[in-house]
Every structure is written in structure tokens, then in C-alpha cells.
Design a protein. Structure first.
Length: 156
């Protein structure tokens, strides 16, 4: 089975690498110590501390594998400074809905998406609607509250 290509900014890649290093060098040994301490208590068949530590170990190892796979399949989003004529991955896009204040978002891969910080996924409804569009375009986005219409004010 082919793995899905993951789009990352240089900052997003750095954050994943830092998380992976932390999980490998700090969390993994910490959980291993907890497992050893629980084993030292004797019978592990009814040891809640042991069960919890083993569950945390399984989650940790799953997260490590996920991050390793993401980094292995990462495609870097090139940062281009200055105005652009078209929205693409890595673009900063300022949009306005009706009388609302303009908002600026950066289009990133799904692994980095954090709408609260202005980072929207290229796979989100708004991200998909914006890709390939230009300043002055109106885009419509279907949301649970209905269809919203945005005007593209600026692309960087």
C-alpha cells in the first residue's frame, strides 16, 4: 500500500523532528522505567500501573511510527516571499466574508493544520476552494451552517 504524501513547511518538519526526538529520548525511556517499576512490584496480572504503562507504551510507539512515516513521505512546501498571483500550498491568503473583518490564513498540509493559529489544510473545504484562485475571486464554501462566500483580498 502506497503511503499518502504529506505536505510540510520547513517549520512543520522541524516541529515533527523535535517531537520525534522527544518521544524517543525522553518519553520512551520514562515509560520503560515505569514498566520496570511495575514489574518489580510482583504479579503483573492485576497491576493497574503496569497495564497503564503498557497502554502508554503502545500509544507512544504508534505515534513514533506515525511521525516517522510522515517525515519519510514529506514533500516540502517552498516558501516564496512576496505577492503571488495564485493561491498554492504555502500561500498566505487574506479573505473577507461580507461585512466581517478580513482574515489571513496560510495554506499548509493536513499534518500542520491549526485553524486557531491561521493554518488551514489544503484538504479542508476552505483550503480546497482557495487553491488555484486569484485576488478578486469569490469562493464559495459549503459548511454545516450553509454556503459561505469569501472574497480573496491578497495573496502572499
Amino acid at each position: 500500500m502506497a503511503s499518502k504524501e504529506i505536505f510540510l513547511t520547513p517549520d512543520g518538519r522541524r516541529k515533527l523532528e523535535e517531537e520525534l526526538d522527544y518521544l524517543r529520548t525522553i518519553k520512551r525511556p520514562e515509560i520503560a522505567r515505569r514498566i520496570q517499576a511495575a514489574k518489580a512490584e510482583g504479579d503483573i496480572s492485576e497491576n493497574a500501573g503496569y497495564d497503564e504503562a503498557k497502554n502508554q507504551q503502545a500509544f507512544l510507539e504508534g505515534r513514533i511510527l506515525t511521525i516517522e512515516n510522515m517525515l519519510k513521505n514529506a514533500r516540502m512546501i517552498e516558501e516564496e516571499v512576496g505577492p503571488s498571483d495564485q493561491v498554492r500550498l504555502g500561500s498566505r491568503v487574506t479573505i473577507k466574508e461580507g461585512r466581517e473583518s478580513p482574515e489571513t490564513f496560510r495554506i499548509v498540509g493536513s499534518a500542520e493544520a491549526d485553524p486557531g493559529k491561521g493554518l488551514i489544510s489544503n484538504e479542508s473545504p476552505l483550503g480546497r476552494a482557495l487553491l488555484g484562485r486569484t485576488v478578486g475571486d469569490q469562493v464559495q464554501v459549503r459548511t454545516p451552517d450553509g454556503v459561505l462566500q469569501f472574497n480573496i483580498i491578497e495573496i502572499q
